[in-house]
Design a protein around this ligand. Structure first.
Ligand SMILES: Nc1ncnc2c1ncn2[C@@H]1O[C@H](COP(=O)(O)OP(=O)(O)OP(=O)(O)O)[C@@H](O)[C@H]1O
Ligand SMILES: O=C(O)[C@@H](O)C(=O)CO
Length: 425
C-alpha cells in the first residue's frame, strides 16, 4: 500500500476513497479499498490506497486519538509511506476537537515537521480563502452548518477554530502563494514558524498544486480535495491505471435510510417522497420504544421494489426540541441503533442495494452490514454524485452500498444511486 487514509467518518471515507480511485487524467487513480474500522488481518497486496473508516468525528477526544493511532499503525504495517487524516470539508468539530488532538497525535507519531490542513472541496462548493471556510460562497457559520445537530460550526475562521483545539501554533499559506505554484507554497511552508498550517485553495487547480507540493509529506490533513493530486505522484510515467474501472451491476431488493438533517438531504427526501413510498420516523416514538426496527422492516417489506425510504431527518427547530427533551447523545445513540439494526435485518433477509444518508448514520449502518456479511473491505465503484461512489461489500454475493454525506448529492440522489448500483460500469 502506498497511501493510507484515516477518515473520521464513513461517508468521508467513501468520499476520499472515490477521489483516490478516480484520480485525474491522464494518470487515473489508485487501486483503493475502504475498510470498516481497523482490519485485524493484512490487506490484499494489490491495494494501493487503503482508507480506514472510523467513527471518531464526535467520539470522546481520547478515544478518537487512540483509534486514529491504531489505524495509522495498521496502515504503516501495510507499507504506506504517506498518510492522510480525512475530516469533513466543513471542518466538523467542536471547541475541544477532534481535528486538533488527532492531528497532533498523528504528527508526533510520524515526527512530521509541518502539517497542512485543507478542507477545500470546490466541486461541492467548499473553498478556503485567507483561512476562512466558505460553503457555496457563504461563510461556514452562515451556511446552515451553524445548525448541525452534533458539531454546530459557528466560526468560519478555521485557523482560529483549530487553534482552540491544539497546543501547536496554527499558521496560514494564503492563496497568493498557492496561485504562484508549488515552489512558492513550499517556500511559504518552510518559512512559516507554525507547525500546523491552514492551506488556502479555491479551485481544483489549487488542489493539484498542493498535491504536487505535498509529494513527500508524511502527513496531510483535509477533505477529499487534498487527495486530488496525490495519485499522480505515484503514477506519473506509468500507463493509465484502469484497475477500478470495472464494477459489476448489482440488482435486487432495495432500501433507503436517512438520518442526516442537512438541508440537502431534506430536499432529496422531499423530491423522493413526491413519487415513492416514504416513512417519517417519529423520533419521540423511537425514544419511548413505540417505533422499533420491526416498524421499519414492515414498511420496507410492504413497499419492496418501489425504492422505499425511511428517514428521521428533521428541521433545526424539531431537532433542537427533541434534543432538549431527551438529550443529544441519547437521541443519536437510539437512532444509530435503530438504523443499524434495520440495515442488518434487511441485508440478512436479502436486501441487495442499500442507500444511506448521513455520516454518523452511515457509520452505524456500514458497521452492521459488514459485520453481517463478515467483510471489512469494501471496493469502490462508479461515482454517483461528487464525493459519493457505489461501494460493494461481501465477496461471494456482494451487496451495493452508498454512503452519502449529509450535504452531498443532487436532489434526485436516492433514485440515481439505486439505478447506478444496478448499472455498474
Ligand atoms: N429528527 C432528529 N432529531 C434529532 N436528532 C436527529 C434526528 N434525526 C437524526 N438525528 C441525529 O442527527 C445526526 C445526524 O448526523 P449524520 O452524521 O448522520 O448526518 P450529517 O451530519 O448530516 O451527515 P455528514 O456527517 O455526512 O455531514 C445523527 O446523530 C442522528 O442520530
Ligand atoms: O468532506 C466531506 O464533506 C464529506 O466527505 C464528509 O466528511 C461527510 O461526513
Amino acid at each position: 500500500m502506498k497511501i493510507g487514509v484515516i477518515a473520521d467518518d464513513f461517508t468521508g471515507a467513501s468520499d476520499i476513497a472515490n477521489t483516490l480511485a478516480k484520480g485525474v487524467e491522464p494518470e487515473g487513480g489508485l487501486r483503493t479499498a475502504q475498510f470498516t474500522g481497523i482490519p485485524t488481518t493484512p490487506a490484499d497486496e494489490a491495494i494501493e490506497a487503503g482508507v480506514i473508516s472510523l467513527k471518531s468525528r464526535t467520539a470522546p477526544v481520547d478515544e478518537a486519538v487512540a483509534n486514529s493511532l491504531r489505524a495509522l499503525r495498521w496502515l504503516a504495517d501495510q507499507g504506506c509511506g504517506q498518510f492522510i487524516f480525512k475530516y469533513c470539508s466543513t471542518f466538523d468539530s467542536t471547541m475541544e476537537g477532534n481535528i486538533g488532538p488527532v492531528a497532533e497525535a498523528l504528527a508526533n507519531e510520524l515526527s512530521a515537521q509541518k502539517v497542512v490542513f485543507c478542507p477545500a472541496f470546490p466541486t461541492t462548493g467548499r473553498t478556503v480563502y485567507q483561512g476562512h471556510l466558505f460553503v457555496h460562497g457563504k461563510l461556514l457559520h452562515e451556511s446552515g452548518m451553524e445548525n448541525h445537530p452534533l458539531t454546530p460550526m459557528t466560526d468560519a475562521n478555521i485557523r482560529r477554530w483549530l487553534q482552540r483545539q491544539t497546543e501547536e501554533a496554527v499558521g496560514l499559506v494564503p492563496i497568493d502563494a498557492v496561485k504562484q505554484g508549488s515552489e512558492a507554497i513550499a517556500a511559504a511552508l518552510k518559512s512559516a514558524d507554525e507547525r500546523f498550517v491552514i492551506g488556502d485553495a479555491i479551485s481544483d487547480e489549487d488542489l493539484l498544486t498542493w498535491g504536487e507540493t505535498l509529494k513527500d509529506a508524511k502527513l496531510i490533513t483535509g477533505g477529499s480535495g487534498i487527495a486530488l493530486g496525490l495519485p499522480r505522484n505515484f503514477l506519473r510515467g506509468a500507463s493509465p491505471n484502469s484497475a477500478g474501472s470495472v464494477f459489476p451491476g448489482i440488482t435486487g431488493p432495495e432500501a433507503i435510510l436517512a438520518g442526516s438533517c442537512s438541508g440537502a438531504t431534506r430536499e432529496q427526501i422531499d423530491v423522493h417522497a413526491s413519487s415513492h413510498p416514504t416513512f417519517s420516523i417519529d423520533v419521540s416514538g423511537v425514544m419511548s420504544g413505540d417505533v422499533t426496527t420491526q416498524t421499519l422492516l414492515e414498511f420496507f417489506e410492504t413497499h419492496l421494489g418501489q425504492a422505499p425510504l425511511a428517514y428521521s431527518s428533521g428541521n433545526p427547530e424539531d431537532v433542537r426540541a427533541i434534543q432538549n427533551q431527551f438529550g443529544q447523545e441519547e437521541v443519536a445513540e437510539k437512532l444509530d441503533n435503530l438504523f443499524a439494526d434495520t440495515a442488518r435485518e434487511l441485508v440478512l433477509t436479502g436486501c441487495k442495494r442499500l442507500v444511506v444518508a448521513g455520516g454518523e448514520t452511515s457509520g452505524a449502518v456500514a458497521k452492521a452490514v459488514s459485520a453481517a456479511l463478515g467483510s471489512p473491505a469494501m471496493s469502490v465503484g462508479p461515482e454517483i454524485d461528487p464525493g459519493v461512489p457505489v461501494l460493494s461489500v461481501g465477496k461471494t454475493e456482494p451487496i451495493a452500498l452508498a454512503l452519502k454525506s449529509g450535504n452531498f448529492g443532487a436532489p434526485n440522489f436516492f433514485l440515481k444511486a439505486l439505478r447506478m448500483m444496478e448499472a455498474g460500469t
